[in-house]
Design a protein around this ligand. Structure first.
Ligand code: CMP
Length: 138
């Protein structure tokens, strides 16, 4: 059934000029853009967004990186949105990402990996609501 996922084009990919190409890949793969904005996370926002990772050794670096510059946040709609979007973006580490995936093309490292994709329908809804009000969801 048609459902939704949540994504962020991360600060590295925004800084490197890849917003347009990544959005084009997302549209070409069949996703409808339901919500879209250029925004920047504060340190507190990034700590809250990634709270699930707070005991991990990379948490401080992750929070610092994700709050370091503008990002693009978006809610996307498609059949099997969460799973199909994770296929489109590729493995977390770009060294392991399949040819033709967004991370293979645009990520530079495990920590600066160009794009986020929600890992479940439940998290997609939570993450989308973190960034967008009801009036911002089309
Ligand atoms: P993502 O899955 O979007 O959200 C958590 C992020 O933590 C992940 O992408 C990586 O960019 C980042 N990260 C940094 N170091 C690691 C690591 N050692 N293992 C997993 N994720 C890491």
């Amino acid at each position: 059934t048609t459902n939704r996922t949540f994504t962020m084009i991360k600060p590295d990919a925004v800084a490197n000029g890849h917003i347009g190409n990544i959005l084009a890949m997302i549209n070409y793969a069949g996703f409808k853009i339901v919500s879209l904005k250029l925004t920047q996370l504060t340190v507190a926002d990034a700590q809250a967004f990634y709270a699930i990772h707070k005991e991990r050794p990379f948490y401080a670096d992750l929070v610092g990186f994700m709050s370091s510059g503008p990002i693009v946040a978006a809610i996307l709609e498609k059949e099997n949105a969460v799973i199909d979007f994770r296929t489109l973006i590729g493995a977390t580490n770009p060294a392991d990402a399949a040819e033709g995936t967004i991370r293979k093309l645009y990520a530079t490292s495990l920590s600066e990996n160009a794009i986020h994709g929600a890992d479940s329908d439940e998290n997609a809804a939570i993450e989308g609501a973190f960034h967008f009000s009801g009036r911002e969801q089309f």
